[in-house]
Design a protein around this ligand. Structure first.
Ligand SMILES: [Zn+2]
Length: 331
């Protein structure tokens, strides 16, 4: 049973909104791009695992995608791509969609990727998932969930990836490619036969996990120390992402792909809320979308019929959480 569905994590959406509005020459661009690539790889990996999950006996498993849980120190969070909860064991899955040749170096606990003649080193995902196993165990203890075996698995989802490991890499049994998933599940089921959680305890655990889940809602501009004048302002094209679109009578036109849209600015409002939060003033809207006048901004606010507070001059408008719903309505 799905308890937490797979959707694009907030962090990825924030990174995407930021990348769209930075020049590639901005000093932090590559760092942001790398994090985006890494997280997207996990997300795509998870997407491709959906197929295999459909073969599981639905009623035996509770399925949680993308949990971000506090560890017991209270200072850090740990992120689990996919968690399966059954009455006899839990399984933490880390999905990776990496391409090319992937080599586990046991000596230095690193994963080396060779792709298109470039070599890149990552932290060993098995070391990371083992840490998550410990953090989850402690969290469950805190909430008095009976001690239950926690299995871990790193799944490489890209069918073309080639995986290899040094002889001193001790965790090869925790690494698979997607098609081996169901065989591995049989093994986990076989070696964890004792029922630890009854129905009630499973529901309790489910509630705890959903309640403890904390989306990564960092102020991304502050975190990467981006200065206001480093951002690219204007309406972005919903078709090709080019900024800015040109305002023509009653609509917006893209100078790159000629796309014309009346409500093109809605995408940019989503960007705004991801980058700066859900409140916006007339002046902020004018600045962000590069609108020519106070009246132009006012027209947009009126069209969207946004909730607001404060008097006319210093009015603050609230961008709704489901701002994308407005977007769909206009398309
Ligand atoms: Zn365009």
């Amino acid at each position: 049973m799905r308890k937490k569905e797979l959707e694009i994590p907030l962090r990825i959406r924030k990174l995407e909104a930021l990348l769209k509005r930075l020049l590639e020459t901005q000093p932090k661009y590559q760092q942001i791009r790398d994090e985006y690539g890494r997280r997207m790889s996990g997300y795509r990996g998870e997407q491709s695992l959906q197929y295999y999950l459909t073969f599981l006996k639905e009623k035996n498993y509770l399925i949680f995608h993308n949990l971000r849980l506090p560890d017991t120190s209270g200072e850090h969070f740990f992120e689990i791509d996919l968690l399966l909860v059954s009455p006899t064991f839990l399984l933490i899955i880390d999905a990776k969609n990496y391409r090319g040749e992937l080599y586990f170096d046991g000596k230095f606990d690193q994963l080396i990727q060779t792709y298109q003649d470039k070599r890149k080193s990552y932290h060993c995902p098995v070391a990371q998932i083992n840490r998550h196993q410990l953090q989850l165990k402690k969290l469950l203890e805190t909430f008095k969930i009976p001690p239950i075996p926690i299995e871990t698995l790193v799944i490489f989802t890209n069918p073309n990836a080639i995986i290899d490991a040094s002889t001193d890499f001790k965790h090869a049994h925790k690494v698979i490619k997607s098609p081996s998933f169901l065989t591995k599940m049989e093994l986990f089921e076989k070696r964890n036969r004792d029922k630890v959680l009854d129905r009630k305890q499973m529901l309790k655990l489910s509630k705890i996990l959903l309640k403890q889940h904390t989306p990564n809602d960092h102020d991304i501009i502050a975190q990467f120390n981006i200065k206001a004048d480093e951002l690219i302002y204007g309406v972005s094209c919903p078709n090709c992402d080019k900024i800015p679109m040109v305002r023509t009578e009653r609509s917006w036109t893209c100078t790159n792909c000629n796309h014309v849209s009346k409500a093109a600015y809605l995408n940019s409002l989503v960007d705004y809320s991801l980058l700066f939060g859900n409140t916006i003033t007339n002046q902020q809207l004018r600045h962000f979308l590069k609108l020519p006048s106070r009246t132009a901004a006012k027209t947009i606010f009126n069209t969207l019929n946004l909730e607001h507070k404060g008097d006319l001059k210093s009015r603050i408008y609230i961008l709704p959480e489901d701002i994308e719903r407005i977007l769909i309505k206009y398309e």
